[in-house]
Design a protein around this ligand. Structure first.
Ligand SMILES: N[C@@H](CCC(=O)N[C@@H](CS)C(=O)NCC(=O)O)C(=O)O
Length: 201
């Protein structure tokens, strides 16, 4: 399999963490590509010109990260990272959606505060996205016992999202008012899959 990759993309990191957890990391060749420069080979595979994009061994092209993770979960014989049915399935998918929503919000804040010229920044928009992140982290803080002892796509997605908040500093010190989530993340961050996929500082 070939993975169109970026070292700083948290969505790519989620896929890489998943690959490590299911023991398939060495089945994938990672090729670094800049989606923003719209290279022909990437736009041919994915008209959105985004990473992650996965080219499977049979030539099938897959995106975005939730679809790739679902595909990868069908490529191994271990414990599924997305439960096949029941309430546990919806819980994991809901948590992935929340974690991806935190990422989407943090990426938008990054674009608005770092990439956009200062005189064009839209504070209302930045604050809206910060509140979305804040409410979501509060939800996890209040439901922390739901996360304990679980390794699946829901908890891995959340760990990757919290790692990205640290990388970009999008919401400042999120830990201060969320001691339980902070402690949970400290444990997750030490997993081999997380250590092997740490983004460059
Ligand atoms: N929903 C997508 C988001 C992917 C995404 O936003 N990728 C960014 C890198 S972090 C990208 O490729 N951006 C290029 C662009 O927007 O042109 C996923 O989960 O894979």
């Amino acid at each position: 399999m070939l993975l169109r990759h970026s070292h700083t993309s948290p969505y790519v990191r989620k896929v890489m963490v998943m690959l490590h957890e299911i023991g398939l990391a060495d089945r994938v060749e990672a090729e670094t590509v800049d989606g923003w420069s719209e290279p022909d080979h990437l736009t041919a595979e994915n008209p959105l010109s985004m990473v992650p994009t996965l080219v499977a061994d049979d030539g099938t092209t897959l995106y975005d990260s939730p679809v790739i993770c679902e595909y990868l979960d069908h490529q191994h014989d271990g414990q599924p990272m997305i439960p096949l049915d029941g309430e546990a399935r919806w819980q994991v998918l809901r948590e992935q959606a929340l974690a991806d929503g935190v990422l989407d919000s943090a990426v938008l804040i990054f674009m608005e505060t770092i990439k956009r010229p200062e005189e064009k920044r839209w504070e209302w928009w930045i604050d809206l996205k910060r509140r979305a992140i804040s409410r979501t982290l509060d939800l996890f803080e209040n439901d922390i016992e739901q996360l304990a002892e679980r390794i699946d796509l829901g908890t891995l997605s959340l760990a990757v999202a919290l790692g990205y908040l640290d990388l970009r500093g999008a919401v400042g010190t999120w830990r201060d008012t969320r001691p339980a989530l902070s402690e949970w993340y400290a444990g997750m961050a030490q997993r081999p899959s997380m250590l092997a996929t740490e983004p460059p500082a």
